[in-house]
Design a protein around this ligand. Structure first.
Ligand SMILES: NC(=O)c1ccc[n+]([C@@H]2O[C@H](COP(=O)([O-])OP(=O)(O)OC[C@H]3O[C@@H](n4cnc5c(N)ncnc54)[C@H](OP(=O)(O)O)[C@@H]3O)[C@@H](O)[C@H]2O)c1
Length: 262
């Protein structure tokens, strides 16, 4: 049998739109731009940072794709559903959904965490991602679509002082594997991408604000590839998982971390 080579825009993106939750973020913006490059319209969300969301919309439109931004809080399930229903109605279909949001968190030992901090992180991340799955699954089923959640490479090992990221992301990984298992019969694929340290967004903020330059250098040297990731490194893995090229991959996580979990 001849191997089918894909060229040009992904045929999956010829109609409808992708939704990128957290498209104003360091990683989310790169995901939006890679999706547009590969032929997709993009509806992206932000929570407060309208300026950055508008810049991302302009970058997508400059590539000739439709783009819109809306302020959405993933914790508010009913509002999220209204947003998703409206996007589906106006664009006709939703072929791809990316969860690239996440609360602002700080490095902290478990012994110093309070129940309030724990509940806030779980609510914004785990419940938020579930709300997104709940709101988008009927549309992904109709479009035979794909879901990718950006989690963290740190779900593989207990990270020092980073349990507020790793625990919610581990729960999200299992949720996504569950979606893959239950919805595979409907053609829906669901995967995760796990970034290591990225020199953008939340990772950059933590490196700059919570470590000394000497500590940052020690972290860099502990990574086998001796560098921090760039947002496009993560975005390329996300768009691969969404694309037709990954049509037989579901329920998996790709760590994009320079070997940091080895
Ligand atoms: N950067 C890294 O090194 C790294 C490493 C491992 C994992 N991750 C994970 O990758 C994901 C994206 O990271 P990032 O670096 O791109 O973070 P970021 O730059 O802080 O972006 C976070 C995005 O999520 C949105 N957001 C925050 N809380 C929200 C809420 N409650 N409801 C809806 N949207 C919300 C933000 O909106 P506003 O812009 O309006 O605030 C922004 O668009 C996060 O889950 C993060 O934990 C990042």
């Amino acid at each position: 049998m001849a191997v089918q080579m894909s060229k040009g825009p992904d045929p999956r993106y010829s109609e409808g739109t992708a939704i990128v939750i957290g498209g104003s973020g360091g990683i989310g913006r790169a995901v939006c731009e890679c999706l547009a490059r590969d032929g997709s319209n993009v509806v992206l969300t932000y929570r407060r940072n309208k300026g950055r969301a508008d810049e991302t919309v302009a970058a997508i439109q400059a590539m000739g794709r439709k783009a819109e931004a809306a302020s959405v809080s993933v914790e508010k399930a009913d509002e999220l559903k209204v947003f998703v229903d409206d996007v589906a109605k106006r664009f006709g279909s939703i072929h791809s959904v990316v969860y690239a949001a996440g609360p602002e968190i700080h490095m902290c030992s478990i012994r110093d965490l309070t129940p309030v901090q724990w509940a806030a992180a779980v609510n914004a991340d785990v419940n938020g991602c579930f709300n997104l799955v709940w709101a988008t699954l009927p549309y992904l089923k109709a479009a035979v679509g794909a879901f990718v959640a950006v989690i963290a490479a740190s779900v593989e090992r207990v990270p020092s002082k980073d349990i507020l990221s790793a625990s919610p992301k581990a729960a999200i990984e299992m949720l996504i594997r569950g979606v893959a298992k239950e919805e595979g019969r409907n053609g829906i694929r669901a995967n995760c991408v796990g970034p290591g340290w990225v020199d953008a967004g939340l990772g950059k903020a933590v490196l700059e604000n919570e470590f000394t330059p000497e500590q940052v250098e020690r972290i860099r040297k502990s990574i086998p590839l001796r560098q921090f990731g760039q947002p496009e490194d993560i975005a390329e893995a996300v768009v691969f998982m969404l694309s037709s090229k990954a049509k037989f991959i579901t329920g998996q996580t790709i760590a994009v971390d320079g070997g940091g979990q080895l």
